[in-house]
Ligand binder design. Structure first.
Ligand SMILES: CC(C)(COP(=O)(O)OP(=O)(O)OC[C@H]1O[C@@H](n2cnc3c(N)ncnc32)[C@H](O)[C@@H]1OP(=O)(O)O)[C@@H](O)C(=O)NCCC(=O)NCCS
Length: 194
C-alpha cells in the first residue's frame, strides 16, 4: 500500500537515489546528465529558497517499509495569467517501476492539482521515445497537443521530439477504475503563483 505526503529535507537522500540514475541515463528529462547532487537538489527539492513559490514536492511511500518509491513535483506551469494551469514531473525508483507507483502517484497529483484550484495540467517536454510515460499520461486523459521535432538530444536515438501533453481538470475526477489502491491523505494546497 502506498501513502502520499509532502517531501521534506530528510527525504533528499532517497530522492537523489531515485533521481540520479534518471539524470545519468539522460533519456527522459532535459537535464544535464553530469548534474551533481547539489544541482539535483536545486532542481527537484529546492526548499523555501527555491525560485518557484508554487512548487510542491510529493513522495509516494511504501506504507509497510517506509521506503520512498516515487516522487512528483506539482507547480504552476507559468506565472501570472498562465498560473491556473499546473505542471508536474514524476520519478519512480527503477526497481519499483511497472508496479503501478507512477499511476497511483499521478492520480494523486491530479487530485491535488484540482484541489489547489488548477483548471488544467500541461506537460511541456515528454520525450516521444518515453513509451511508458506517454502511454501512462494518455491513459490518464492527456492528449498530445503538439510535438516539437528534434527538441531533445536522446543519447542513443539522437534528435527526438518533445510532446506537449495536456488535460483539463474541471471535468469529473479521474475514474475510479484508473486509480491505484493506495491510501490517500488530504492533498496539499499549492500557492497560486506569481
Ligand atoms: C514514467 C514513470 C514515472 C512510470 O512509473 P511506473 O511506476 O513505472 O508506472 P506504472 O507501473 O504505474 O505503469 C504505468 C503504465 O505504463 C505501462 N508500461 C510499462 N512499460 C511500458 C512500455 N515499455 N511501453 C508502454 N507502456 C508501458 C504499464 O503497463 C502501466 O500501464 P497499466 O497501469 O495500464 O498496466 C517511471 O517509469 C519513471 O520514473 N521513469 C523515469 C522518469 C520519467 O520518464 N518520468 C516521466 C517524464 S514525462
Amino acid at each position: 500500500m502506498l501513502q502520499f505526503r509532502t517531501a521534506g529535507p530528510e527525504d533528499w537522500p532517497a530522492l537523489w537515489s531515485i533521481m540520479e540514475p534518471v539524470v545519468r541515463a539522460g533519456e527522459t528529462y532535459c537535464w544535464d546528465p553530469s548534474m551533481d547532487e547539489e544541482a539535483g537538489r536545486l532542481e527537484w527539492l529546492p526548499g523555501p529558497a527555491g525560485a518557484d513559490p508554487t512548487l510542491v514536492v510529493l513522495v509516494a511511500v511504501d506504507a509497510g517499509t517506509g521506503r520512498v518509491l516515487g516522487t512528483a513535483q506539482l507547480h504552476a506551469n507559468r506565472g501570472g495569467n498562465g498560473a491556473h494551469v499546473a505542471n508536474a514531473s514524476f520519478l519512480v525508483a527503477a526497481d519499483a517501476g511497472g508496479r503501478g507507483v507512477g499511476r497511483a502517484l499521478a492520480v494523486h497529483v491530479l487530485d491535488a492539482a484540482r484541489a489547489a484550484g488548477y483548471t488544467a495540467m500541461q506537460f511541456n517536454a515528454v520525450v516521444e521515445t518515453n513509451d511508458r510515460a506517454v502511454a501512462l499520461w494518455a491513459s490518464l486523459g492527456f492528449t498530445i497537443v503538439g510535438t516539437v521535432p528534434g527538441a531533445f538530444l536522446h543519447p542513443s536515438a539522437g534528435p527526438t521530439g518533445l510532446h506537449i501533453m495536456h488535460r483539463l481538470l474541471l471535468a469529473a475526477p479521474v475514474p475510479a477504475a484508473t486509480r491505484g489502491t493506495a491510501g490517500r491523505r488530504q492533498p496539499p494546497q499549492a500557492t497560486m503563483g506569481s
